[in-house]
Design a protein around this ligand. Structure first.
Ligand code: ZN
Length: 147
């Protein structure tokens, strides 16, 4: 089976994007008026995420996180918090489903523009032990919204 990326340049670009989010995480910190907060960790890799949301009615106004761990988990959290701003709760849960599908190899999900920069993580689907890293912030999100 050929596991090389279809386009090495695209892959390099995605690597850069992941490292950029890892080094300069967006929305890192705590919220003053959080309505939801969840802490999750991924013991397999040592990743930790504390996710906080400020939900107003049905809409996520702000999302922030603090955490530590590998570049994939932290980049995924940074990208996710960007994408969640001003999404309704059903939209956010639909994105979580889409993200999970992409991480389990769904190629249509990997091309879905709705996932924005998170599509950079599609290649991680080839590394089963890292899938949990990419999904950790999303699992925190669904825990927070369904609690
Ligand atoms: Zn990890």
């Amino acid at each position: 089976m050929d596991t090389s990326p279809p386009d090495p340049q695209l892959s390099a670009l995605y690597q850069e994007l992941i490292l950029d989010h890892y080094r300069r995480p967006r929305n890192k910190g705590t919220l003053d008026h959080a309505t939801h907060s969840v802490s999750l960790n991924n013991p397999l890799c040592g990743d930790e995420i504390d996710l906080q949301l400020r939900v107003d009615g049905d809409v996520i106004r702000e999302a922030r996180f603090i955490g530590g761990g590998c570049s994939i988990s932290q980049a995924a959290a940074s990208m996710m918090t960007q994408l969640l701003k001003d999404r309704s709760i059903p939209q956010a849960l639909a994105l979580a489903d889409r993200m999970s599908a992409m991480m389990h190899g769904d190629e249509a999900a990997a091309r879905d523009k709705a996932l924005g920069e998170l599509r950079a993580l599609a290649g991680v689907a080839k590394f089963p032990v890292r899938i949990k890293c990419a999904l950790l912030p999303w699992n925190a999100l669904t825990d927070a919204l369904k609690a």
